[in-house]
Design a protein around this ligand. Structure first.
Ligand SMILES: Nc1ncnc2c1ncn2[C@@H]1O[C@H](COP(=O)(O)OP(=O)(O)O)[C@@H](O)[C@H]1O
Ligand SMILES: [Mg+2]
Length: 346
């Protein structure tokens, strides 16, 4: 009933297309509809496999006179899937008893997910900035009122205010790092970096934190580690974040071990702590922006919740990976794997 070339065109679309009659019976369906809803749909009714009332109502509106109706629906297929549905009248000139409608369903799940992520992110950022700001307002009020003439209180409150202002500054720095990284994601870094000196410098610069957390950092470097193609500042940021986390979330009085070695093609750098470990359900989510296992603990240690998200983005640019393993009660291990630079004429 349909011209072969028209059918071929419809089968080439990755949008599910149905032609239905007044009873919602399927007269034609394209290939994409079979992939989404299963084969053997011809002759059946739309209502048999599309449970959305909103969608079926839209079809009825078109079959009873409207030219075109668009609705957004969600269907429980193998996973919940969002569709943008367009229903148009196929043959506006024939009597209504013979009306037919074209129903097309476009999978827009990825767009909806991106929209959701964006709005969650904005909500998170606002919340994270709002809380130090609220604290600052509180201290200002106290200093203007009850603690006006109390020199000791003034000293203490100013210290607390400085800490809150620093927290806001750290958050803004991390947000800027993230947005810069996202912009440069597809550009491979082009410096040659020796990892050994980077690790030594990072460990030295973290001394105030490791001392505060009462942990010692042990560095075990294989001899003759090769160079990697990388960005010195970004790789510094990666290891700084990982070693700082190990110191903060490890157990006081225990060692953090940093090991670097080489296999045939890759450089491995593992940061291991002896903390309480991480449950498997958290491990896959740790690199999400603002994901923290214990918010209070992260805050009290000065965390922004963005460290591992930054690490992930830097490693993506470096064609590297982060592997997290953990044994509850024993400790966690964060391993960075980087491709080594292949140097010509050497
Ligand atoms: N070595 C570790 N041991 C246990 N938990 C960790 C470790 N490193 C990171 N985490 C968890 O991952 C979360 C996210 O880390 P990160 O992105 O660096 O944020 P932050 O350190 O600012 O909280 C931390 O809040 C913590 O819950
Ligand atoms: Mg961190």
């Amino acid at each position: 009933m349909m011209h072969a070339s028209v059918e071929a065109v419809l089968n080439g679309l990755n949008v599910a297309v149905f032609m239905v009659d007044r009873d919602h019976r399927i007269l034609f369906r394209n290939a994409a509809s079979g992939q989404l809803f299963g084969v053997g749909l011809r002759g059946r009714k739309l209502d048999d496999f599309i449970s959305s009332k909103k969608c079926l109502k839209a079809v009825n509106r078109v079959l009873t006179g409207e030219a075109e109706v668009r609705v957004d629906i969600k269907l429980q297929l193998v996973v919940p899937t969002s569709f943008s549905v367009t229903v148009v009248r196929m043959n506006p000139d024939v009597p209504q008893a013979e009306a037919k409608a074209i129903v097309s369903l476009e999978d827009v799940s990825h767009i909806r997910e991106a929209e959701q992520m964006r709005s969650d992110f904005v909500a998170n950022v606002s919340h994270e900035l709002r809380s130090p700001l609220t604290a600052l307002y509180g201290f200002i009020e106290t200093l203007q009122g009850p603690a006006k003439d109390d020199a000791n209180a003034r000293e203490r409150f100013l210290g607390l205010m400085e800490a809150e202002a620093q927290r806001m500054a750290r958050l803004i720095d991390d947000l800027l790092s993230l947005s810069k990284l996202q912009a440069a994601e597809r550009v491979a870094p082009d410096e040659l970096v020796a990892i050994g000196p980077v690790l030594r410098r990072v460990i030295a610069s973290l001394e105030p934190i490791t001392e505060r957390e009462k942990c010692a950092v042990v560095l075990e470097l294989d001899e003759a580690l090769p160079l990697v193609h990388g960005d010195l500042d970004e790789l510094t940021q990666v290891f700084s974040n990982l070693i700082e986390n190990a110191a903060k979330y490890g157990r006081a009085g225990t060692d953090v071990t940093v090991k670097a070695w080489m296999d045939a093609t890759h450089l491995h750098v593992c940061v291991a702590d002896q903390g309480e470990g991480i449950a498997p359900k958290h491990i896959t989510r740790l690199t999400e922006r603002f994901y923290r296992i214990d918010k209070g603990r992260s805050r009290s240690k000065g965390g922004t919740g963005l460290g591992l998200a930054i690490v992930k983005h830097i490693l993506m640019r470096h064609r590297g990976t982060l592997e997290i393993t953990s044994e509850p009660g024993v400790g966690s291990k964060f391993c960075v794997v980087l491709p080594v630079a292949v140097l010509e004429n050497m």
